[in-house]
Every structure is written in structure tokens, then in C-alpha cells.
Design a protein around this ligand. Structure first.
Ligand code: NIG
Ligand code: FE
Length: 418
């Protein structure tokens, strides 16, 4: 047994004495914090914490955290980090006035990423995705979900999902895999959309399930992508194979996507930039989590999801990065937390809970990740010296992560875990 002791912690953030699977509504602002604390880790698990007056004398490794805070690692429940190439030429086109949807209609966007991914080898994709995974671990992410959806053929969707499986084998943090064959309709199917949906249902889904390559099934249910009826068809087929839904909805309009996800029993409906009272009422009547992606709204210049109204209505808001080459080329959770505060008027406490325990719940990992609690996996980070918790989103451009601890051990930087 090896022990790691962190002493003189200025604030131990999200330190729970009783299990909370997620937090919603007014409870989101009640962030459990213990000041002047110690934290003891045994092997890979959190063992105990308490006031410095009760601090154990010795441990195998001791860290003095004077002036610093300890946070549970971020739980990023929505990413697309397997891709072949960046898309900054589309970024420039948008600066020149084209919209995300216009670029997509001209064969750019997701279809552009699909062409590049289809031409890349599994090894090349693994190398790029591994670098991105290391990058986000360096930002303090300690659990992540990764989607397919840039393959759009049977072979390339399987190739992407196999890359995610290989990442999972070498990753120091847990990874959930989501099958997103219904990310866009490939050009050759545009006059016969139903044939592509049949391909997803009859060929892709059975092959994905046969190889146990996915935990969830996603659909981009939105204007210009998949309709509510098509989404229901795909999610129903996925449910038949035991795959739960986690979908993209209401990014581009009031499409009924949120309600379609809820009807399918989705774990989460993600994006929600276009959310009105009907969507909020439907969410309140369900166990589906609303996941908001403010760095996508920031990057594309689209409206931000109404987080404030959602929380005030009593919902459990989740925050994630949506790290992908088209709509959010950043995987920095601390920036997402800052944008949630600055642009969506979430309180720092609410944003931190949305990015930790609620993110864990959106990956069904809340029993082992997402907070500082005895028995949970010790994935956490120690900050640089900080005056207060609110300083983290306030200093939105600073990297305040000083030491990363994964599975109870100090993380040695990129490639130390390969
Ligand atoms: O979550 N909205 C759909 N899918 C991704 C973007 C994909 C892309 O543009 O490559 C998203 O924003
Ligand atoms: Fe996405």
C-alpha cells in the first residue's frame, strides 16, 4: 500500500461527506469546501480528508499545498478528439462572413473532417488523439467521453472507435466511447437519406456492438442534419442493442431535438443553445441531463444556452468542452468554466459542480469520479497559489493547474503514462 498526503490545503473543493450523484437547481451554488485541510490518498483511492488539526503525521509521499487549492479533476463528458486535421480555413471563412451551416452545405464542416479521416491510418489517428488526450490531462481533465462521427462509412466509423478503444487501453483516465455515425449525411447519400440511416441501423450499429466499441449512441439532431423522426429511428435501434443515447440537440434551432432525446431516455442532451420554456419543462420532467458547451457558442458566435434560466428552474446543468476541429478547437475545461460564468452568468460554484460531479454523471462515472470523497479514484489537481475559488474563472486566460494527480500518483507530464 502506498500513501500520498496533501497538507495545508487552503481550500479542498468539492469535498463530500455524503454521496451526491449530481446536483441541480439551487444546490448547484452550494459547493462543499473545507478550508485548511489535509487529504490522504491510499493507492489509487481517496482515503480521507479533514481539518489540518487531524492531519496524519506521515505518508510515503507528502505534498505541502500552502496557499493552494485542491479540486477534483474535470469530467469532460462531450468531446470529438479523434480527428485527422484542423479546420482553420473554415474559421477564416466564418470571419469573412460565412455561417457554420453555409460551410457545411458547401461540403465543408463535418464532411471535410470525414474526407480527411477516411484517408488517415489508425496509427496516425491514434497519435493525434493521444497528443490531445495528454494535452487535456495537462489542463486537469480526469475523465472524458470521446465520440466517433468523422468516419461516416462502416469502415471509418469502426476505425475511429477502434482508436478510442486503443486510447482507453493506454489512458491513465477513464474514457467513455460514443458512436456518432449520424453526425452528417454523406454527400453521396444526400438524395437518399433513408439509405444512410439504414446503413447506420443495419450495418454500423451491429458491427459496433459486436466489437463492444461504444457505450452510447449519439445523433446530431438539428436543422440541416438529422430530423426528429430520423433521430428516433436510430436511437430506437441503438436501444435495441443496449446502447443508451447521448445526443446533440438544439444547437442550430428549436428543432424538437431536446424532446426527442428525452423520449429516447437519453443520458444527456448536449448543446441546447436554442432552449425555450418547452424544452426546460420537458427536461424537468425527465432524468436527462442538459449539457452545455459554451466554448462552441463562443467560437461559432452563436447564442449561449440559457444556463441561468435552466438552473433557476431547478435543472442539473453539465458543462463540457466539445473539443473538435470545427466548432470548438479547445479542450480546456477551465476556459469552459470561465465562459459559463462570464457569458452564461453561472456562479463559479455552479460552474465548478457542472464541470465535475455533473460531468461525471453524464458519463455514468459519478460513483468513482467527479468529487473528493472517500473511496473515489484520486484524480485531482492542485492549483497554483490562488486567493479564492472565484479567482479560477476570473483569471480566465491563466493556467492555474500546478500538480496533477491521477490514480493516486503525481502525473509526470505528456507521455509519462504511455
Ligand atoms: O458538437 N454539432 C455537431 N458536431 C460538433 C461539430 C462537428 C464539426 O464541426 O466538426 C459539435 O459542435
Ligand atoms: Fe459535439
Amino acid at each position: 500500500m502506498s500513501t500520498l498526503l496533501i497538507r495545508h490545503i487552503k481550500s479542498l473543493v468539492q469535498a463530500e461527506t455524503s454521496f451526491r450523484p449530481f446536483v441541480k437547481g439551487a444546490e448547484m451554488a452550494r459547493l462543499p469546501v473545507l478550508d485548511d485541510a489535509f487529504l490522504l490518498v491510499k493507492d489509487q483511492l481517496i482515503h480521507s480528508f479533514g481539518p489540518m488539526s487531524d492531519c496524519p503525521d506521515t505518508a510515503d509521499v507528502t505534498i505541502d499545498a500552502t496557499g493552494r487549492m485542491v479540486f477534483p479533476a474535470w469530467c469532460d463528458s462531450h468531446t470529438h478528439i479523434v480527428f485527422a486535421a484542423s479546420r482553420e480555413e473554415e474559421f477564416v471563412s466564418r470571419i469573412r462572413g460565412l455561417s457554420y451551416e453555409e460551410i457545411a452545405r458547401q461540403g465543408g464542416g463535418i464532411l471535410n473532417s470525414a474526407r480527411r479521416l477516411q484517408a488517415a491510418s489508425e496509427e496516425q489517428l491514434l497519435e493525434g488523439a493521444w497528443q490531445r488526450l495528454q494535452e487535456v490531462i495537462g489542463y486537469g481533465t480526469g475523465a472524458i467521453e470521446i465520440k466517433s462521427g468523422y468516419g461516416l462509412t462502416l469502415d471509418s466509423e469502426l476505425k475511429m472507435l477502434r482508436v478510442i478503444r486503443r486510447l482507453r487501453e493506454i489512458s491513465p483516465i477513464p474514457i467513455k466511447a460514443t458512436f456518432l455515425g449520424a453526425h452528417a449525411v454523406p454527400t453521396e447519400y444526400q438524395a437518399r437519406r433513408q439509405d444512410y440511416i439504414a446503413l447506420i441501423i443495419r450495418e454500423m450499429l451491429p458491427a459496433v456492438v459486436e466489437e463492444h466499441l461504444a457505450d452510447y449512441c449519439d445523433v446530431f439532431c438539428d436543422k440541416g442534419f438529422f430530423t426528429v423522426e430520423e433521430t428516433a429511428q436510430i436511437l430506437q435501434a441503438a436501444a435495441g442493442y443496449g446502447l443508451k443515447a447521448k445526443i446533440h440537440a438544439n444547437e442550430l434551432g428549436y428543432t424538437g431535438g431536446v424532446q426527442a432525446g428525452i423520449a429516447a431516455g437519453a443520458i444527456s442532451v448536449d448543446h441546447l443553445e436554442y432552449t425555450g420554456e418547452a424544452e426546460i419543462a420537458a427536461l424537468l420532467d425527465s432524468s436527462t441531463l442538459p449539457t452545455l458547451l459554451p466554448s462552441c457558442a463562443f467560437f461559432l458566435g452563436i447564442p449561449y444556452a440559457p444556463a441561468r434560466r435552466m438552473i433557476d428552474a431547478g435543472l442539473p446543468v453539465v458543462l463540457a468542452t466539445d473539443y473538435n476541429p470545427g466548432s470548438s478547437p479547445s479542450g480546456r475545461m477551465s476556459l469552459v468554466v470561465a465562459l459559463a460564468c462570464i457569458k452564461m452568468k453561472m456562479l463559479p460554484e455552479e460552474a465548478i459542480q457542472a464541470a465535475t460531479i455533473n460531468g461525471a454523471r453524464a458519463m455514468e462515472l459519478e460513483a468513482s469520479y467527479g468529487s473528493i470523497a472517500p473511496g473515489k479514484v484520486a484524480n485531482l489537481f492542485i492549483t497554483k497559489p490562488m486567493p479564492s475559488i472565484a479567482y479560477l474563472p476570473y483569471a480566465f486566460g491563466s493556467d492555474l493547474t500546478e500538480t496533477i494527480i491521477l490514480n493516486g500518483k503525481i502525473w509526470g507530464g505528456p507521455d509519462s503514462n504511455k
